[in-house]
Design a protein. Structure first.
Lengths: 348, 348
């Protein structure tokens, strides 16, 4: 079959409608002709299913590839992803969001597409706002999103992006109100009864012999809930505002971390530091007072609402979470509400 | 035994020389008395081995702890690390670099200390220059370094820092000189003979059907070695300078990546992208032409020579490398020479 390259489309005659469209779902019918996108045409040309002419001359694959890459932005990347998904046996169609992907084993017409596929180069920074826009667009038509990230060596990695449901079963701890001491950058409770109580009933802090070391967010949270009082080394009691001010000097993003910590604690989750995993928090859904915590389900990293993801960094965070069997969640605050996005490796 | 808190020392009488110094290696003799550092004193006080007086009054552990934290910078952190290493059964002594650590099972006097221990808070950024200074100071007296990083919840993670020896067994590829095409942000070789040759003999690029996709660093390296020529889509041949300029627009740190890539290739290593691991490169020591690459030994991340490590980020990189059984290496350029630092989790 022979097609003609016109602008960023390849137009084939009526016989293609039957052979390519009806049986294999390539292209879109335009009256008696079939119109292929450059990625579709390239795929069929490489497989020698079609020939393509321009100015009465048949194009080699290399010639077509070069011209296509000048006529369509990111053609090389899109073609890599198109081809990869085709070879995995999926039906995939061009769309305003790069591609629409059909569920495995399902054909267009039989079921609606399941995911929007967005093709991105590893090198292109991805603003959170853009990611949210992708997500909301897809949500509105009940589809998922797949980010197809193409690396330097043209390998494709897929990420699934969805909202995370954060919900745990931890009960709030009772009010006890005892004194805790603010040292340089951490808070210590020397009263061993309170230390045991907070540790075993709320999984707050770390027990060292008979005393409890609290992190800054834990301390601020307990202070806010009026469960502890905090005094500095000169014996002065600190208000929440004063303590938050001190903590912000030590850690500039303290306020955001505290708000997100509080939101998760309020939702019944146990939240501990995620330092060893390079994230702000590790988070447990299940917690039984007086028992040891088991496996944490999430790594949560807090980001500002104008955050721009660098994909190699995002990749590292997700890869690490996966290697320790946790879900990677990014948390941000929008209009005073905490939002959670779960980004995970997908294996289509 | 009773000691007196004077400044940032605790001074004990002659009987301590025998009981604490001779048998357990605490403190330093000063004439007929024994002088303990605040960390040593705190450890012995918590274990009720000594009492400590200030102004004729015996101090509780909580009182002593509070005073010590005002008299010594980072006292809480240092005490946590001191105690942790003691409890792991090590002999450890105060030093200008926080502590000196003796080999497991060895006592001071019996052998020299093996490592300098530097105590750092997770929150404190660590300049590369400072890390190099630590390393060179230790190298001069043939010791290793252990970074003891204390996280928010007072957990200690240890890192070993050393120079990495980068050396592989890959032979350079011969000159062939064929044409490659620069597309938007990658280079393609359509000549299938050259494609196979470069891929199978040098592990360059990624084979897609009959063509080879090269990354920007690979392309610049092959151009510099006069193994390929690069033309743009208008058919113009590009000089190395021109190509590097274009690549730098796409990737601002291109020049540094290229210099380090070249250095490793010159040392006989096979260097591929490390995107999936969030690093610049994954690196193989062993490579046999015409065979598949086996397991890569290193993840290499390039950093500027004025880099400042954020410890949670560093922790993430190292943790990830470890989870895929690779060593994490940071590479930088100093006085036109490429240097490699290997940072790994240590389990003392």
């Amino acid at each position: 079959m022979n097609g003609e390259l016109i602008g960023d489309k390849v137009i084939l005659g009526g016989e293609a409608l039957k052979e390519l469209y009806d049986t294999s779902y390539y292209g879109r019918p335009r009256g008696a002709t079939l119109e292929l996108s450059l990625t579709e045409a390239s795929y069929l040309l490489e497989r020698a299913k079609i020939t393509i002419v321009l100015n009465q001359r048949s194009l080699s694959f290399a010639e077509f590839f070069k011209i296509a890459s000048m006529r369509m932005e990111n053609f090389e990347l899109k073609y890599l992803v198109y081809k990869d998904l085709k070879e995995r046996g999926y039906h995939i169609q061009p769309s305003t969001t790069d591609f629409r992907l059909y569920p495995r084993g399902k054909r267009p017409g039989e079921t609606p597409a399941e995911d929007f596929v967005h093709v991105i180069s590893e090198r292109k920074p991805l603003p959170l706002t853009e990611l949210i826009f992708f997500m909301e667009t897809a949500e509105n038509v009940r589809k998922g999103i797949l980010l197809a990230v193409v690396d330097e060596e043209s390998e494709v990695t897929y990420y699934e992006v969805k909202r995370a449901m954060m919900k745990g079963d931890m009960k709030p701890v009772d009010h006890v109100k005892e004194e805790a001491l603010l040292l340089e950058d951490r808070v210590v409770i020397f009263d061993s009864k309170l230390a045991y109580f907070l540790y075993h009933n709320g999984f707050f802090g770390k027990l060292l012999e008979e005393r409890l070391q609290l992190s800054l967010v834990e301390s601020a949270y307990l202070l806010k809930k009026k469960i502890i009082e905090i005094v500095d080394r000169s014996g002065n009691a600190l208000s929440l505002r004063k303590f938050t001010g001190t903590a912000t000097k030590i850690e500039p993003t303290f306020k955001r971390k505290l708000d997100i910590y509080e939101d998760m604690r309020n939702k019944g989750m146990v939240v501990k530091t995620g330092f060893k995993f390079g994230s702000h928090f590790r988070v447990y859904k299940k917690a039984e007072p007086m028992k040891r915590l088991q496996h944490s389900e999430y790594l949560v990293h807090t980001i500002p609402d104008d955050h721009v993801f660098l994909l190699p960094e995002m990749s590292r965070a997700i890869r690490l979470a996966q290697s320790v069997r946790k879900q990677m969640v990014f948390a941000y605050i929008k209009n005073k509400k905490v939002k959670y996005i779960d980004i995970g490796r997908a294996k289509p």
